[in-house]
Design a protein around this ligand. Structure first.
Ligand code: SAH
Length: 262
């Protein structure tokens, strides 16, 4: 299994951000698998960040990739957001959107959907502007390092958000456990850890390129979160599948954990 593991240099050189976005984040009016699962994820994120409980000064998004969907509800509850990813091309793609460059991916239908969930579909341009203002930095990050944002040091965050990054970056469960511990150092005591994980997924495709994924069950993910010292507050299955042409996931897991107050 390990021999098929996708190493970091593959993310640097062969992860095509455009193809990834077009494959998994084309949000059409039709009922595609990808749209269905994305809608469910956006609902969960909106519930979390509209609850009034998960808020604060700083949210760090780990393994942001080229996507912004995960930040659309969060930007209402945090003053500052820091995005981060290992891949230079993914940070570049994210920056295209942030800086409103002409080649940026069009997220408008996703933004409109989130605004509708939050009660006002018409406010989507304001939300885009708000998110752009809240994102203060886009940093290099490596979750396998003890200081994932090294050499940058940030104040400990009120919330860490990790969508589909841990299971693609970690080759086995011990590495996954260690990565969670590495991330914990970035979070304040009492801070929230929000994780979206692909469930029972062994690979995913980005165009012709295959990426390995650590096969994990709900029980394994919950146990890893607790083993890293977090209190697990929510562990909810999102049952939708991506198209079978792209990946073999059996749904996703939406987890909210909390770092204990000392
Ligand atoms: N968060 C996005 C992207 C997930 S794809 C989404 O929800 O769709 C997985 C991401 O993890 C890629 O952007 C990849 O560059 C990043 N990644 C892979 N290895 C990493 C590592 N060691 N540290 C940080 N990010 C990593």
């Amino acid at each position: 299994m390990e021999s098929n593991f996708t190493t970091k240099d593959v993310y640097l050189n062969h992860f095509n951000p455009r193809t990834y976005l077009q494959t998994y984040y084309t949000f059409g009016p039709g009922p595609s698998n990808e749209s269905q699962i994305l809608m469910h994820i956006l609902k969960k994120l909106s519930e979390t960040f509209s609850s009034g409980r998960v808020k604060g000064d700083l949210l760090i998004d780990i393994g942001t990739g080229p996507t912004i969907y995960q930040l659309l509800s969060a930007c209402e509850s945090f003053k500052e957001i820091v995005a981060s990813d290992y891949s230079d091309h993914n940070r570049e793609e994210f920056n295209h959107w942030l800086k409103k460059e002409p080649e940026a991916f069009d997220w408008s239908s996703v933004v409109k959907y989130v605004c509708e969930l939050e009660g006002d579909r018409e406010k989507w341009t304001e939300k885009e502007e708000k998110l752009r203002k809240r994102v203060k930095q886009v940093l290099k990050c490596d979750i396998t390092q003890s200081q994932p944002l090294d050499p940058v040091s940030l104040p400990q965050a009120d919330c860490l958000l990790v969508t589909y990054c841990l299971e693609s970056a970690c080759k086995d469960l011990p590495t996954y456990d260690q990565a969670l511990k590495n991330l914990s150092s970035l979070l304040k005591p009492g801070g929230f850890l929000v994780i979206l994980s692909a469930l029972k997924c062994s690979y995913y495709m980005v165009g012709d390129q295959r990426f390995s994924n650590l096969f994990l069950t709900q029980e394994e993910i919950k146990a890893a979160i607790e083993k890293a010292g977090f209190i697990s507050e929510q562990s909810e299955i999102i049952p939708e599948l991506y198209s079978r042409a792209y990946t073999d996931n059996e749904g996703a897991l939406y987890s909210v954990g909390r770092k204990p107050n000392k």
